[in-house]
Design a protein around this ligand. Structure first.
Ligand code: UD1
Ligand code: CA
Length: 466
């Protein structure tokens, strides 16, 4: 059967009290609507239509080609929102998943079960429901005496009796597409919010004698809809727990899951240990047997196996096997470390590669550089890559030794096995195996310290007497 999906993402999200449109608020580093769309992609819908309104351009430019879009100019309710997809989908036989863009925790597994039940029961509508300890704020699922679903009543329209119902509508449904669009024509806005509720389609279909089913998920987390910042924090926690749990079941040690934030697109190899205060985001990959943290932030980076990162920040970096980073290092985009590389304390690397076995152990800035294998860069040595107008490249070839506090004024090259003496400011290329020294010669003046002290004492006495 043809499978379609409609994602509702036009609401402003007033209760978020935010400049950012609700569905673009991130949970575990990824916007709400992206979580929902990812699940839609996993269940392989032939067409996915996102209903946009508030922040339409922002939502469209974020999601790009991943969906088709329809604009809901005025937000007159969820039923009205779905109706906007009519010109695109109305005539298509098949089934249509409708999902709210603010329920990031729905799972592929539940959607599969929802669709299976829908097909098996030849239903006109099948609702994904959940039983909540606290159903506050959600639409209640009202069943008849025979146990079948009668209708959904919004919290604000509930009678005292309906209020007590703990089975709620998660806002995810599977519909017979043709019946959905036909029923939407009959939805009225005579309710406390004067909105066209999608949920009214359920009672309309029932009154027409159609079959309505419900699949009740055991996982209460799936029901969480994000309407305010409290629910945003609740969703964040639940998503974090879900992600961390998967990694732990895959053989990753997470010392303190409550203080470890891992994005949904991160992969981590077995036997890696993650210490508290670690944030892993974007499309980061971490190999096996790594030790990450404490207190490290890693985004869009690739770490090979056996890598150590302590108290450090990495964005857009590549770190080869058995290399170590930190404590207190900063790897910026384009940092590429080979194998067995050491980047130590207070070192910043930007757009620079370091070959296998090289070491930058302390207090360095290496930017726009190509550093070969087994190079040693001494404490405080830096590349001077910027003259206020242009960035220039520094090249340091294999086995070179750069002493402490060296300034390498780019563009400049230090050849293979060359030796640059500590404290030098290097403005010219150094050939292979040469030694470069570029600093003032030292002068010692015997006993001169005594003279200076005597002079200082006289000055001090004069000042006291004046
Ligand atoms: C909705 C359901 C409720 C359910 C809950 C689950 C209705 C009437 N109520 O309530 O039964 O328990 O979700 O989380 O459907 N939207 C539009 N256009 C609109 C209105 C809303 O696109 O005109 C979008 C919003 O951006 C949001 C989604 O639809 O992503 C749900 O709207 P929201 O106002 O959050 O509905 P709830 O009150 O949470
Ligand atoms: Ca909602």
């Amino acid at each position: 059967m043809k499978r379609m999906a409609i994602v509702l993402a036009a609401g402003q999200g007033k209760r978020m009290k935010s400049k950012l449109y609700k569905v673009l608020h991130p949970v575990c580093g990824k916007p709400l609507v992206d979580h929902v769309l990812t699940v839609m992609e996993n269940v392989q819908c032939e067409r996915t239509v996102v209903v946009v309104g508030h922040g339409a351009d922002a939502v469209k430019s974020y999601l790009g080609e991943r969906a088709e879009y329809v604009l809901q100019e005025e937000q007159l309710g969820t039923g009205h929102a779905v109706k906007q997809a009519k010109p695109l989908l109305e005539a298509e036989p098949g089934m249509t998943l409708v999902v709210c863009g603010d329920t990031p925790l729905i799972t592929e597994a539940s959607l599969q079960k929802l669709m299976a039940l829908h097909e098996e029961a030849k239903a006109a509508a099948t609702i994904l429901t959940a039983e909540l300890d606290d159903p506050q704020g959600y639409g209640r699922v009202i069943r008849g005496e025979d146990g079948s679903v009668r209708k959904i009543v919004e919290q604000k329209d509930c009678t005292a009796e309906e209020h007590k119902q703990r089975e709620i509508n998660t806002g995810t449904y599977c519909f017979d597409n043709l019946k959905l669009f036909a029923a939407l024509e009959q939805v009225r806005n005579e309710n406390s919010q004067q909105e066209y509720y999608l949920t009214d389609v359920i009672s309309i279909l029932r009154e027409q004698g159609e079959t309505v089913q419900a699949y009740c998920t055991k996982d209460q987390a799936e029901a969480v809809g994000v309407n305010d910042r409290l629910q945003l924090a609740a969703a964040e926690q639940l998503m974090r727990e879900r992600i961390n749990r998967l990694h732990m079941l895959n053989g990753v040690t997470i010392i303190d899951p409550a203080s470890t934030n891992i994005g949904p697109d991160v992969t981590i190899g077995a036997d890696t240990v993650i210490y508290p205060g670690t944030v892993l985001g974007g499309r980061t990959t971490v190999g096996e047997d790594c030790v990450i943290g404490p207190n490290s932030e890693i985004h869009e980076s690739q770490l090979g196996e056996g890598v150590t990162v302590k108290h450090s920040v990495l964005t857009g970096a590549v770190v080869g096997r058995h290399s170590s980073v930190g404590p207190f290092a900063y790897l910026r985009p384009g940092a590429r470390l080979g194998e067995d590389v050491k980047v130590g304390d207070f070192v910043e690397i930007k757009n620079a590669s370091l070959g296998d076995g090289s070491k930058v152990s302390h207090l360095s800035y290496i930017g726009d550089a190509r550093v070969g294998k087994n190079v040693n860069i001494g404490c405080g040595a830096i590349t001077v890559n910027y003259d206020g107008y242009n960035k220039s490249v520094t090249e340091i070839e294999d086995d070179a030794f750069v002493g402490s506090n060296v300034n390498l004024i780019a563009p400049v090259k230090v050849g293979k096995g060359a030796y640059v003496v500590a404290g030098s400011t290097i403005t010219h290329n150094v050939d292979d195996n040469d030694l470069a020294i570029a600093r003032e010669r030292q002068v010692n003046k015997p006993g001169y310290a005594e003279k200076i002290r005597a002079r200082a004492q006289i000055k001090k006495r004069n000042a006291e007497h004046s």
